[in-house]
Design a protein around this ligand. Structure first.
Ligand code: A3P
Ligand code: MG
Ligand code: MG
Length: 370
């Protein structure tokens, strides 16, 4: 386990329940408790009963994050201090831009009361998923005997199955042995989520980010303060490392693991390594803070250039955010933030000259007018 003291402070939180209904509380928080290993566990088990949240049917905008922010502002009687409000996932994409040479993105942004609100463009997200599916849903013509092909839906299920094997719905002392040992039989669903709303900074820009947190290691403090890091745990699955090539591939993946956890102040990542056949073979606890240094050192030892550099990501995102603030300052309307796949640049241009599009719901606007 790895704890760090950092300037990322949870200001509030919210949960989606088993029906994906929103609640402004921590009811869907989960506790990390490693899976028991009588033998390697099959991560495909239960795929036929997987309850999957269909996030394409409805454009959720920033609604739940803004509901949590508005409730927090009502309780404290003051506006949050943030120049940019967005989902952690979108900041991850921006921060990864210097090294992500494949995926593009489209976001919508609007300026309101001194703050820029950034959402993902729903139609573009759905279109790019369709395109990705058409590339990935067919097995390759020739398959390596030790590297069988599995459909992307099943591989994505492995991640949720691992979460279900590695967490408990209540602290360890409050669950029965049967509940702990019976986790492999639980029906897996990704509808419930706990989301942390965090105040943080990037260069000269103050940020409010909302993002899902997989579990807590021990207990969430009743009244978290800026000085007290919450011992969050991010769970990830990855193919077991058996060769130098596998290690290089894993180190590339570590970029997104690191950014995602860094942004919310998650100190520990637990990786469930799996076989090529999707069986869980071992766990590894990784300190988020040490990842950029480890990747750099390994490259130095191998006399290679490092695959990525964390400071470059931070500097890029800091410069982009301050430029975005200058560009949009005081302007009404809706802006598009776009990166085309394989392009090194992020374009920003105005798409509507007035209003806030659908980025800010009336409930949020009405609350802020008061
Ligand atoms: P893994 O990361 O172990 O593959 P998160 O890690 O962010 O908590 O997400 C939980 C799981 O959701 C992932 O587990 C993966 O199974 C699935 N998932 C997340 N993003 C995905 C994406 N872009 N495509 C497919 N599956 C995804
Ligand atoms: Mg998660
Ligand atoms: Mg995870």
């Amino acid at each position: 386990m790895f704890w760090t003291d950092r300037s990322r402070q949870e200001i509030t939180c919210f949960s989606y329940d088993d029906e994906h209904a929103l609640h402004l509380d921590d009811r869907s928080l989960r506790w990390y408790y490693p899976p028991q290993f009588p033998q390697d566990m099959d991560l495909s088990r239960g795929f036929d009963t997987f309850i999957k949240h269909e996030d394409e049917a409805v454009d959720e905008h920033l609604d739940s994050l803004l509901a949590a922010v508005a409730a927090h502002e009502q309780t404290t009687g003051s506006k949050i201090e943030a120049q940019v409000v967005t989902w952690r996932g979108l900041m991850t994409k921006i921060m990864a831009t210097p090294y992500d040479d494949r995926d593009g993105f489209e976001m919508n942004a609007t300026f309101y009361q001194g703050c820029i609100f950034v959402e993902e463009d729903h139609a573009s997200k759905v279109a790019s998923r369709r395109e990705q599916e058409s590339r990935q849903n067919r097995p390759p013509p020739q398959q390596h005997p030790n590297r069988p092909w599995f459909p992307p839906d099943l591989m994505s299920y492995w991640g949720y199955k691992f979460e279900s094997l590695a967490t408990l719905p209540r602290p360890w002392g409050e669950v029965s042995r049967d509940e702990i040992e019976g986790r492999d039989d639980n029906i897996v669903s990704n509808k419930a989520q706990y989301c942390s709303v965090v105040r943080t900074g990037m260069g000269s820009t103050s940020l409010c980010l909302g993002g899902e947190v997989d579990a807590v290691w021990d207990a969430k403090p009743q009244h978290p303060s800026g000085k007290q890091a919450i011992h969050w745990v991010e769970l990830k699955t990855s193919a077991d490392i058996q060769s130098e090539r596998d290690l290089e591939f894993f180190e590339k993946k570590l970029l997104k693991f690191w950014i995602q956890s860094f942004l919310l102040g998650v100190p520990t990542i637990v990786v469930g390594f799996r076989s090529r056949q999707g069986r869980l073979v071992r766990l590894e606890e990784i300190a988020t803070e040490g990842i950029p240094g480890t990747v750099r050192q390994r490259a130095q030892q191998a006399q290679k250039s490092p695959p990525w550099d964390g400071d470059t990501c931070i500097n890029f995102a800091s410069a982009f955010l301050s430029w975005l603030r200058e560009t949009m300052a005081g302007c009404d309307g809706v802006w598009r933030i776009r990166r085309q796949a394989s392009s090194p640049e992020i374009e920003v241009f105005q798409v509507e000259e007035t209003g806030h599009g659908n980025i800010l719901p009336d409930t949020f606007l009405n609350w802020r007018i008061k």
